[in-house]
Design a protein around this ligand. Structure first.
Ligand SMILES: [Zn+2]
Length: 455
C-alpha cells in the first residue's frame, strides 16, 4: 500500500559560465557581505563576553544580537547584497552560538589555542574555547550565501515567488533577469521551493543548491508493520555491510565493493604540484596559478568520489529492502594516522548518509547497530563468541564448530542477522523521532510568526 508523504530535498545545479560577468560579481558581493555580517556578529559576541568578564566553563549569558537593519546603516554597501542572505547569516550565527551554549563541556581549549599560549603569542581566553563561534576567514573558503523564497501572501505586494525555476533560468532576489543553469534533471512538478544556496566550489565553478518540499507516494508496508507491531512481510531482503579499510566494505553475500581509490590515484600528481608550489614566491602569479591547479585536482577527486558513491548507493537500495551497518565512529578512526588517509579517501560516512535517505524514501530505513555489538567476534554459523580475536586475524576460525570464514564476511553476516532482529523496532523509533522533529519545527515556526505579529 502506498500513501502520500511530503519531504524536503535539495538538488544541486551547476551555474552556466555563459552568464554575464555582473552576475558572478553579484554572487561574489553576496559571499563577501554575508561573511561580513557573520563576522560582525562574532565580533559583537566577543565584545559582550569580554564586558561580562566571561571565564571558561561558566554559563553563557543571553545576548542581544546585531540586527541587519542596524548593520546596514553602519556599512551602507551591505544594501547592495540580498537582504535575506544577510538575515540568514545572522540566523547561522545564532545557531552556532546556541550549539555552543548547549554544549556539555564548555571549558576545553582548542589545540591551536594551547599552542599559542605555550609559545607566548596569545594568552588563553574564551576565544580559544572548543566550539565557540569563530570568524569566517576568506582564506578558509567561505564562499556561499543562502536566500529564502517568499511567496505572494496577504500583506505583501508580491506577484510571484521570489525564487523560481523557469526552464533553465533561475530567478533569485535582486537578479531580475535570472541566471542560466545547467539542468541535468528537472525538479518534481509540485516542488515548493524553500530556499537556495549559491556557492563557489574549490575549483572556481559556481553552483546552486535548491531546497524544496514535494509530495510523493511512499510504500507503507514496513511502516505499518512497525507501527502496529506486526511481523515482517515475508520477502524482505536484507544486506549487511561491514566497513573495511581495504575494500571499502564487504557485504553479507561475500562481495567486496572494489572501490577505486581516487585520492590514491591522483596522489602522485598532487604531490608534484605541492612540491612545486613551495618553491614559488607566495602570492606571486605562478603561486596562484599552481594553487588553482591543486584546488581543481582536489575538486575533481571529490566529484569522482561523489559520483561513484551516488551510483553505488542507488544500486544497493534498488536491490535490497533493508541495509544494515555498524554504527562505528568514523571520526575516531580518521584521526588515527595510519588509517586516516584511506578513510577520508573513501567517504564511508557520506555513503551511509546517502543510503539512509534513499532507503527512507523507499519506506524502509538504514539500520545502524550498536558499535558494542561483537560482530567480528561472533561465529556466524553457530553463534559462539570468540573473545580473543585480534585485528590482524584476517580469517575467522571458530573454536566451537571449527568453521573457517573470511573475517569481514563473517562480520557482515552477523551484522545482517542483528539488523533482521531489530529492524522493526528500529524503524518505529526512527519514525517517532522524525515525528517529534516535525512537531518541534512547527512549534518553532509558530513562535516565530507570533513574534513577528507582536513586533
Ligand atoms: Zn562456530
Amino acid at each position: 500500500m502506498k500513501a502520500p508523504i511530503t519531504m524536503n530535498q535539495a538538488q544541486v545545479y551547476g551555474i552556466s559560465k555563459q552568464n554575464s560577468k555582473e552576475i558572478f560579481q553579484f554572487f561574489q558581493k553576496n559571499f563577501g557581505c554575508t561573511r561580513k555580517v557573520y563576522n560582525l556578529c562574532v565580533d559583537s559576541c566577543y565584545k559582550q563576553l569580554e564586558q561580562a568578564g566571561y571565564t571558561n566553563g561558566d554559563d553563557l549569558p543571553e545576548f542581544s544580537f546585531p540586527k541587519v537593519s542596524a548593520l546596514k546603516k553602519d556599512y551602507p554597501y551591505l544594501k547592495e547584497a540580498d537582504g535575506l542572505g544577510l538575515a540568514n547569516s545572522v540566523l547561522d550565527f545564532q545557531k552556532a552560538y546556541k550549539t555552543f551554549r548547549n554544549q556539555k563541556d564548555r571549558s576545553a581549549y582548542r589545540k591551536s589555542a594551547l599552542r599559542r599560549d605555550r609559545s607566548g603569542k596569545e594568552p588563553l581566553s574564551f576565544r580559544g574555547l572548543k566550539g565557540i563561534p569563530r570568524f569566517h576567514a576568506k582564506s578558509a573558503g567561505y564562499f556561499s550565501y543562502r536566500t529564502a523564497c517568499q511567496y505572494p501572501k496577504e500583506g505583501n505586494a508580491l506577484k510571484r515567488p521570489t525564487i523560481r525555476l523557469e526552464g533553465s533560468i533561475l530567478y533569485l532576489p535582486k537578479l531580475k533577469h535570472g541566471v542560466k543553469l545547467i539542468i541535468h534533471r528537472k525538479l518534481p512538478e509540485d516542488a515548493h521551493i524553500l530556499n537556495a544556496t549559491v556557492f563557489m566550489d574549490t575549483d572556481g565553478t559556481y553552483q546552486v543548491s535548491i531546497c524544496y518540499s514535494y509530495t510523493f507516494l511512499m510504500e507503507m508496508d514496513y511502516r505499518e508493520a512497525a507501527a502496529q507491531e506486526q511481523p515482517l512481510p515475508k520477502e524482505t531482503s536484507f544486506l549487511g555491510l561491514d566497513y573495511s579499510q581495504k575494500d571499502f566494505y564487504v557485504d553479507s553475500e561475500g562481495r567486496k565493493a572494489n572501490y577505486p581509490k581516487y585520492y590514491r590515484r591522483s596522489e602522485q600528481k598532487l604531490a608534484r604540484l605541492q612540491k612545486s608550489i613551495c618553491r614559488k614566491e607566495k602570492d606571486g602569479k605562478n603561486y596562484q596559478k599552481n594553487m588553482r591547479k591543486i584546488q581543481k585536482l582536489h575538486a575533481k577527486i571529490k566529484h569522482q568520489r561523489h559520483d561513484y558513491l551516488q551510483k553505488l548507493s542507488t544500486e544497493l537500495v534498488s536491490r535490497y529492502d533493508v541495509i544494515v551497518v555498524e554504527d562505528i565512529n568514523l571520526r575516531a578512526i580518521g584521526g588515527c594516522l595510519s588509517l586516516g588517509k584511506n578513510l577520508h579517501d573513501n567517504g564511508f560516512g557520506l555513503f551511509r548518509e546517502m543510503l539512509a535517505y534513499k532507503l527512507w524514501k523507499k519506506g524502509s530505513c538504514l539500520v545502524r547497530i550498536d558499535r558494542m555489538y561483537p560482530s567480528s567476534k561472533t561465529c556466524s554459523v553457530c553463534g559462539v563468541v570468540k573473545p580473543d580475536l585480534k585485528l590482524s586475524d584476517r580469517i575467522y576460525i571458530c573454536p566451537e564448530c571449527g568453521c573457517v570464514i573470511d573475517r569481514d564476511y563473517n562480520a557482515a553476516v552477523n551484522i545482517r542477522e542483528e539488523g533482521k532482529r531489530i529492524f522493526l523496532t528500529y524503524l518505529k523509533e526512527a519514525m517517532e523521532k522524525a515525528e517529534e522533529a516535525k512537531i518541534r519545527q512547527e512549534a518553532a515556526k509558530e513562535r516565530r510568526q507570533k513574534k513577528k505579529k507582536t513586533a
